[in-house]
Design a protein around this ligand. Structure first.
Ligand code: 5GP
Ligand code: ZN
Length: 115
């Protein structure tokens, strides 16, 4: 039992719409999509954010990035392009402290940041 939401999704305790999985990564649709395609890509292992993941297991960080690219390809985003966001820490607005890449696409995404 864990109080981490995404560990509970990995464990199958909370349902999610899984679109891609490997031995050590999982990708599922965001419950509140901010673009026509919005998928979250996570390592199955718990790491708080991308900095912690990169420090603890850089090879796994690479596999998470490869999974982001595979999701984008599978979702038909690779041709027109897409954005991958890893919110990290307080100023980013990170809400779930299990590292996740947001894969966003399906329309022009505008400026990288609000002015
Ligand atoms: P963050 O703000 O931490 O970068 O992103 C957390 C994301 O998780 C948000 O986009 C939010 O919509 C999504 N989210 C929160 N709870 C759930 C849930 O129970 N299921 C799914 N699939 N996504 C969730
Ligand atoms: Zn977790």
């Amino acid at each position: 039992m864990t109080d981490c939401l995404f560990c509970r999704i990995v464990a199958g305790e909370i349902p999610a719409t899984v679109v891609h999985e490997t031995d050590d990564t999982l990708a599922f649709r965001d419950i509140d999509p901010k673009a026509p395609t919005h998928v979250l890509v996570i390592p199955r292992a718990h790491h708080t954010d991308v900095a912690a993941l990169a420090a603890a297991d850089p090879a796994l960080a690479g596999r998470v990035l490869a999974a982001c690219a595979a999701v984008a390809e599978q979702e038909g985003l690779a041709g027109d392009g897409y954005r991958v966001i890893f919110n990290t820490g307080r100023f980013s607005g990170q809400e779930v402290f299990h590292v996740h890449g947001h894969v966003l696409g399906g329309r022009p995404l505008g400026r990288m940041l609000a002015a």
